[in-house]
Design a protein around this ligand. Structure first.
Ligand SMILES: [Zn+2]
Length: 240
């Protein structure tokens, strides 16, 4: 291989690596944005579950309140009915019995009224909680929607960048012999995304080990694409 061909191949490989490095960063950004979208959704969902729970609790309390109201009406009827019997009563014994009945029913009424008061207070407190949570939910949804719109816009840009880079990458890759391209790809996968490195001051800048003199000499002569004997990354020299 001629020196200029080796030089050209190394230049293409470096370009390829630049594109791959940028693409990897962009993909990471994309992942982070998708994760952020996921956690925004989870947060909205968490508040929504709370709102649903509060609504159900409130429905149950209101049903209990209705039942108490019905029980109160029933007891009031009982009182009225017993009292209406009083004028017609002939014996003292019967009179006392009916009075006792009225008294018991009135006591029951007071008891139910107390429970209604307690229930109304519970309902008011829960309703307040519900309103606060509903407000929080609306705010969370607004926040999530605004952020989502922004992120989706950025994701679209990212995808456009990635696909344009994809075309650029393919154009470069097809100029590199398949065997070298495969070597590059394998190294990229196994060496943390860095397959092509500079050899500087006699050392590989990938693993920072000293290169044997004969490797360095071959590198200097540029007769073939060279790799570091330690980490196997493809190495190049920048001539001063
Ligand atoms: Zn190395």
């Amino acid at each position: 291989m001629e020196a200029k061909d080796v030089q050209e191949q190394m230049r293409l490989l470096k370009d390829l690596q630049d594109i791959d490095t940028a693409a990897r960063k962009i993909r990471l950004d994309r992942q982070q944005m998708e994760q952020e979208l996921g956690s925004l959704d989870a947060e909205v969902e968490r508040v929504r579950v709370m709102v649903t729970g509060l609504r159900e609790g409130l429905d149950a309390l209101r049903a209990e309140r209705r039942e108490l109201g019905q029980a109160l009406a029933l007891e009031r009827d009982n009182v009225a009915r017993a009292e209406s019997r009083l004028p017609a009563i002939k014996t003292q014994k019967e009179y006392i019995a009916v009075l006792k009945e009225v008294d018991t029913a009135k006591k029951m009424n007071r008891d139910i009224e107390e429970r209604i008061k307690g229930k109304d207070a519970e309902i008011a407190a829960l309703d307040q909680d519900l309103q606060e949570k509903e407000k929080e939910l609306a705010e969370q949804e607004d926040k999530a929607n605004a952020r989502r719109a922004l992120i989706e816009e950025q994701l679209a840009e990212i995808d456009a960048t990635l696909s344009s880079r994809e075309a650029e990458r393919a154009a470069i890759a097809e100029q590199i012999p398949l065997v070298t391209r495969k070597r590059y790809q394998t190294l990229l996968d196994r060496r943390g995304g860095i397959a092509v490195v500079e050899a500087r001051q006699g050392a590989c800048q990938g693993c920072h080990m000293q290169l044997p003199p004969q490797v360095f000499n071959s590198l200097f002569r540029q007769e073939e694409v060279m790799s570091c004997p330690h980490c196997h990354r493809l190495i190049f020299l920048i001539r001063q």
